[in-house]
Write a protein that binds this ligand. Sequence first.
Ligand code: GMT
Length: 375
Amino acid sequence: MNIGIVCYPTFGGSGVVATELGLELSKRGHEVHFITYSQPVRLDLLSHNVHFHEVNVPEYPLFHYQPYELALSSKLVDTVKLYNIDVLHVHYAIPHAYAAYMAKKMLHEEGIELPIVTTLHGTDITLVGSHPFYKTAVEFSINKSDAVTSVSESLKADTLRLFNIKNNIQVVPNFIDLEKHVNHFTDCQRAMLANDNEKVLTHISNFRKVKRIDDVISVFNNVQKEIPATLIMVGEGPEKEPAERLCEKLGIEDKVKFLGNSSEIDKILCFSDLFLLPSKTESFGLAALEAMASGVPVISSNTGGIPEVNKHGVSGYLSNVGDIEDMTKNALKILKDDAILAQFKENAKKEALQFDLHAIVPHYEEIYRQALTRC
Ligand code: GMT
């Protein structure tokens, strides 16, 4: 098939999933076209059947807001016609599902039928999409998609609760390329970031309010009072600076390393002992799955789709949102005893197996085929 993929090209989970999906589809013999405003960060290799088409939005002083949806839908129409794209898979409803529907209508006028598959990722529903300013258009574009998928049962339930959805929503969980997380690094480079006697705790996110970065710091602060430990913070976002200030205030700035965005997550995870994800809400928690695949147990909140990924008492522990004491207790339970830590590491790896991309990607292929026959 010739498959068009629309996504955010950034470090966010939806962009990562879309990119990994496109790469795997190309390995399975499909022609894949990424259509977005810059080359997706994990798309380092373009090959004969992986293409990138940039959406340009020139600045014009009349516009207070540049019309990205307009540029995207025009680019979609042109790309579909030029490359005979069979199906368009849009990741994140806003504004991608809306722009895709406009493209579909324009193509229809020219006698071309383009099936649209929309994957809901989380904040496009829970935080942003259901806001009254966007809700009408988001609901409309979900209902107009030829197939709709969500990354967890929890997100499906949220979508049905927050919107009037007439379409069937199929749950296709996020997935992981386990090959990338098998820890085949002989030079784990742990020594660069931690002393031998220290346990390494890690957090990876886009440092938005929803990630509750203060809770990450507070749990770590409690843990390092009990055992030698270091905290690695990976990512960029508005809460990063306040977090750095909080570390200074607590006097733990020498024990917390802020690394910024990284495309070497697997290398960082290979020397991590525990992953912290205390989010207020999380449709899935791809970062937790990446940690588990690298054999890193997870201390998380029990919100949204996280319990579908992190299993309480098996791959880590779940606590109520904001329950720092419980998260600390659980973290220490795992970290204080090397035999227990080893068991949790093993379990985390095993739990991640069910999200192997080879098992999940065929579901999307089937959804594309069904959408094509319906169109
Ligand atoms: O985590 C974020 O805030 C980024 C966001 C995104 O759109 O990239 O992540 C969402 O999609 C990921 C991939 O499906 C999920 O793993 C994240 O749980 C989800 N984030 C939230 O629901 C807050």
